[in-house]
Design a protein around this ligand. Structure first.
Ligand SMILES: [Zn+2]
Ligand SMILES: [Zn+2]
Length: 324
């Protein structure tokens, strides 16, 4: 086995460590809350049952959206974005960057691509050999071009982008609610711990750590969740927040903004037009297993990219639109 291949296998195995860590913490929190707190510490049956029902509701939604984020394969550019064989051969033979750009410019004419590099060149991935659609970026960890790439998240060991951004936002929302619920319900027993009102068993230490861990995770997830809500409101990815996308007329950080009203639609890739999308109810995006009619579950498609570009064009002045 080639050393590079062995190294790659090791990297892939090690990249699961954060996911295993999260699962161990969640597994312990489940045991500590259900067994040590609800079954062994809480004496009142009504309180015990009501806590367990709400806890399991948040737990299921949290785990569901978490694993959907992990298991969704990143969406790649479709085959129209690969160079045709003749142009590909010409491009590979050519050594001069300007002539290579001329080849790319001829191909890109027939594609819905409106963004360019900082120097105005057509965005091309030399590793995947594709013209990058708008909002697509090459992820060095996944070693592929990912549509509407937001960032590569080590906690889910996956790229967050076109195929799973909705699940990622839901994962943040439900994990935050999960932690908030645990912290709020454990608080009174946490106070009893410090006033020596809890039975002197090992359960009291689980209660103590349960509060600390839940509160700590709640605060850190809250800041990340708030940031992503702000990004969603502006239909902006984390990458675009750091570096504004460059259009033919120059950089424009609001280039893909669809307006606040289409909030849920941004999280739910769909083939429907903007009016229909706006009419969609929030339930479609609050549940990880629901998709609007005509949505794209596989996402090997560029529809959303086209939609974003259409929105961009509609905001241009007639002169700017004409010069595109
Ligand atoms: Zn690539
Ligand atoms: Zn990645």
């Amino acid at each position: 086995m080639a050393p590079r291949h062995v190294l790659r296998c090791c990297q892939r195995s090690l990249s699961w460590i954060p996911v295993i860590f999260i699962n161990l913490v969640v597994g312990w929190s489940y045991y500590a809350y259900v067994v040590e707190l609800c079954i062994l510490t809480i004496p009142n049956n009504a309180e015990k049952i009501s806590y367990l029902v709400v806890f399991h509701l948040f737990f299921i939604m949290f785990i569901w959206s978490y694993w959907k984020t992990i298991c969704s394969r990143p969406a790649n550019p479709s085959k129209e974005f690969c160079l045709p064989n003749v142009e590909k051969e010409q491009y590979e033979k050519e050594e001069h960057p300007d002539t290579q750009q001329e080849i790319l410019k001829k191909v890109v004419v027939g594609l819905p691509v409106y963004t360019r590099t900082g120097t105005g060149a057509v965005r091309y991935c030399d590793r995947c050999l594709v013209i990058k659609p708008d909002r697509c970026h090459h992820c060095s960890t996944c070693d592929m071009c990912v549509l509407k790439m937001d960032h590569h998240c080590p906690w889910v060991n996956n790229c967050v982008g076109f195929s799973n951004y909705k699940f990622f936002v839901l994962f943040l929302a439900y994990s935050m609610l999960y932690c908030a619920f645990i912290a709020a319900t454990v608080l009174q027993y946490f106070i009893k711990f410090w006033t020596n009102q809890l039975p002197d068993t090992h359960a009291k230490f689980h209660v103590l750590f349960l509060f600390f861990v839940a509160a700590m995770f709640f605060i850190s997830i809250l800041s990340l969740f708030s940031y992503h809500l702000w990004l969603v409101g502006k239909n902006r990815t984390t990458i675009e927040a750091f570096r504004a996308p460059v259009f033919r007329n120059g950089p424009d950080k609001n280039g893909f903004s669809l307006g606040f009203i289409t909030y849920p639609s941004i999280l739910t890739p769909t083939t429907m037009d903007k009016c229909q999308v706006t009419a969609l109810v929030w339930t479609y995006f609050l549940l990880p297993f629901l998709h609007p009619p005509n949505s794209i579950p596989g996402m090997m498609d560029t529809t959303w990219t086209v939609m974003d570009a259409t929105s961009y064009i509609s905001r241009l002045s007639p002169y700017q639109a004409h010069t595109l």
